[in-house]
Design a protein around this ligand. Structure first.
Ligand code: KDG
Length: 316
């Protein structure tokens, strides 16, 4: 049975395989990108039964995307193929300071997903449904799917929502819906930089004030660390904020680190870990993604992870 179901678009990802401006690069490495399938792949790597739900085109990139995600150990049996639309592509320049991204995904197969998908979605045995704000930006049908999924899943499942603000996707949209979706979720992950752009606030207290709905709110402060705010179900009041510093890593390329963090955090949440360890599990998984050009990266050695997870009060 699936423990965590992740839903969202994945694309063929092209990263330059030689230095120089993208206009001049002739050799590319193709891997897979997609925030939610990245989370699913990380979860599978952490031993969690994860499935990924999406739609791809009936094309070579769609097949390559699905088979790469399946080979990471993710259940892809609910992925649909739409022969009338292509699989999306995205191109990432790779740098430690910021990675300009170009999307070729308008009208993609995944952008054609809509609420009808909910009729064939089985949530039996699923503990967490994980989605992100990217899907809300893809099309009006996708936004309707997100609203429908939250309404369907929330009464019986933990609904995890990564805000995943992607400015280029919102050129003619209204990012205010991200606040609506986040506030209707149980677990919300948001960067303080994203919060500034989308919610107009950036401190932990302000973000909580704007998003009182989620039981669990994780605010990521980039390389500094992350804060967890959780409501005590018995009193309805928030528990004291828990902050956990991030690992110091030599960053090769930051895209995908948020997905790795989410997976580490969710896996530790399923294991009933303490708040500090849940954040730490996120940082540890993110560290592996930060050290690589592709989205997923290479996880830190498991002995090191175990040691760092146990090292209470360690200064990283
Ligand atoms: O979090 C990484 C994602 O941003 C990347 O894999 C591509 O899903 C993607 C997107 O829409 O940006």
């Amino acid at each position: 049975d699936t423990e965590v179901l992740c839903l969202g678009e994945s694309m063929a990802l092209f990263v330059p395989a030689e230095p120089g401006p993208v206009d001049e690069v002739r050799t590319w490495t193709r891997t897979v990108g997609g925030a939610e399938s990245n989370v699913a792949c990380h979860l599978a790597g952490l031993g969690v039964r994860a499935s990924w739900v999406s739609t791809v085109g009936a094309d070579a990139f769609g097949r390559a995307v699905v088979s790469a995600i399946a080979s990471a150990g993710v259940d892809v049996s609910s992925v649909e193929v739409d022969p009338s639309r292509p699989t999306g592509l995205y191109v990432k320049e790779s740098s430690a300071t910021g990675s300009p991204v170009r999307y070729y995904r308008a009208g993609s197969a995944a952008a054609g997903m809509g609420p009808a998908l909910l009729d064939r979605l089985s949530l039996d045995g699923v503990r967490i449904v994980h989605v992100s704000g990217i899907t809300a930006a893809l099309s009006p049908e996708c936004l309707a799917l997100m609203r429908g999924l939250i309404a369907t899943a929330r009464p019986t499942h933990l609904l995890s929502f990564d805000v995943n603000w992607r400015a280029p996707l919102w050129t003619d949209g209204e990012p205010g819906v991200l606040r609506e979706l986040a506030d209707a979720s149980d677990i919300v992950l948001v960067g303080d930089d994203e919060a500034a752009a989308v919610l107009g606030v950036s401190t932990v207290d302000e973000i909580r004030r704007v998003l009182p709905g989620p039981r669990t709110l994780v605010v990521k402060h980039g390389e500094r660390g992350a804060s967890l705010i959780e409501r005590d179900p018995s009193t309805g009041e928030d528990l004291p904020v828990v902050f956990e510093p991030a690992l110091r890593v030599d960053v090769v390329e930051p895209v995908g680190a948020g997905d790795a963090f989410a997976a580490g955090f969710l896996a530790a949440t399923l294991n009933g870990a303490t708040p500090g360890r849940r954040l730490r599990a996120g940082h540890l998984r993110a560290a592996g993604a930060l050290r690589a050009h592709d989205d997923l990266g290479t996880p830190l050695p498991s002995e090191l992870v175990a040691e760092l997870l146990e090292a209470d009060g360690a200064s990283w």
